[in-house]
Design a protein around this ligand. Structure first.
Ligand SMILES: Nc1ncnc2c1ncn2[C@@H]1O[C@H](COP(=O)(O)OP(=O)(O)OP(=O)(O)O)[C@@H](O)[C@H]1O
Length: 305
């Protein structure tokens, strides 16, 4: 039988000072052990990342000294004014932009380029216009899931199409779909390659408010179906979107050399209900906070000195 190293002394037994010290050390190391075990797994770690670009006018530093740890299964939204470096930061995680200094660790490995553990969805869908909906997803699966048979790949693609309610449209070309449908194909394609990290760069930016709202619910459904295991990092300009989806909102300062201004927690319970959440005082508080962080001026009167 395993000995219990953390047993307390029997009642009535006396302890001298050295016993007490030993016991205190044991309790300390036990709680340290539990802290380590209980610590959530880090999915992405951005360590002191600076990105500079060579431009005709000289070196332009987009983001500077960014430090950010993102837990496995966490949804994080990056928000900030246009040009502050949100996409640049995302692209250091996807591996499409190399940091000028610092490093990004994804799933315990240093990012040196794109990889199938990180799926990316852009605002402009990036579907291949000459391939059907089905083939757009199949080609991605085929290039990543080498061990699957053709029949398994077919099943897998069809299952992912059903998940986003597009099975009936599988033979259409992207040009025959609405914006929301195209974005669902792009999301199904990203999910189909089963990345543990999903990077969404303004995925719903081009959609009307109603479609966008439906897409938010669809995205969270997919995340739930996957037992909330996927880490989702998304760029957005939309405060409501960020609060509805995210566990934390990372607010960036304006560039050049943009840094993180503040990280705002969103401890609203899940599942979140679109209609009800907006009446939650905590939602309103977070909304106000984000608005204040993003807006320097609230009305034209603020312009008057
Ligand atoms: N390849 C590049 N070469 C030179 N400058 C670049 C390059 N990529 C980005 N930049 C500059 O870096 C800054 C940050 O760009 P980025 O696209 O990351 O901003 P963003 O916050 O995502 O903007 P938006 O919200 O408008 O999409 C901008 O000033 C942009 O012009």
């Amino acid at each position: 039988m395993m000995q219990n190293n953390y047993a307390t002394p029997q009642a009535g037994s006396s302890m001298d000072n050295s016993d007490k010290q030993v016991l205190a050390k044991m309790v300390d190391s036990a709680s340290a052990f539990h802290k380590v075990v209980a610590q959530p797994q880090t999915s992405v770690s951005i360590k002191d990342v600076t990105v500079s670009f060579k431009t005709p006018k000289g070196i332009y530093t987009a983001v500077k000294s960014i430090d950010l740890d993102i837990r496995k299964g966490e949804i994080v939204a990056l928000i900030g004014h246009s040009g502050c470096g949100k996409s640049t930061l995302m692209n250091t995680i996807s591996g499409m932009v190399k940091p000028s200094s610092g490093e990004v660790i994804a799933n315990g490995k240093r990012v040196t380029g794109p990889g199938p553990d990180r799926g990316i969805v852009f605002q402009n869908y990036s579907l291949l216009p000459w391939l059907s909906v089905y083939r757009n997803i199949y080609e991605a699966v085929d290039s990543v899931m080498k061990d699957m048979s053709s029949a398994e790949k077919k099943d897998h693609v069809e299952q992912n199409l059903k998940m986003v309610h597009l099975y009936e449209h599988k033979d259409k070309l992207p040009g025959q779909l609405s914006g929301g449908m195209k974005q669902r194909v792009a999301i199904a394609r990203a999910f189909a390659i089963n990345p543990s990290i999903l990077l969404l760069d303004e995925p719903f930016g081009a959609l009307d408010a109603l479609t966008k709202s439906n897409m938010h619910v669809e995205l969270l459904k997919l995340w739930n179906l996957d037992n909330r295991n996927k880490t989702i990092i998304m760029v957005t300009h939309d405060i409501e979107e960020a609060i509805f989806l995210a566990d934390r909102v990372v607010v960036m300062n304006n560039g050049p050399a943009a840094t993180i201004k503040e990280i705002v927690d969103v401890p609203l319970e899940r599942p979140r209900n679109k209609k009800e959440i907006v009446h939650d005082p905590l939602y309103m508080e977070i909304h106000d906070k984000l608005l204040s962080l993003l807006l320097d001026k609230f009305s034209i009167e603020d312009e008057v000195e």
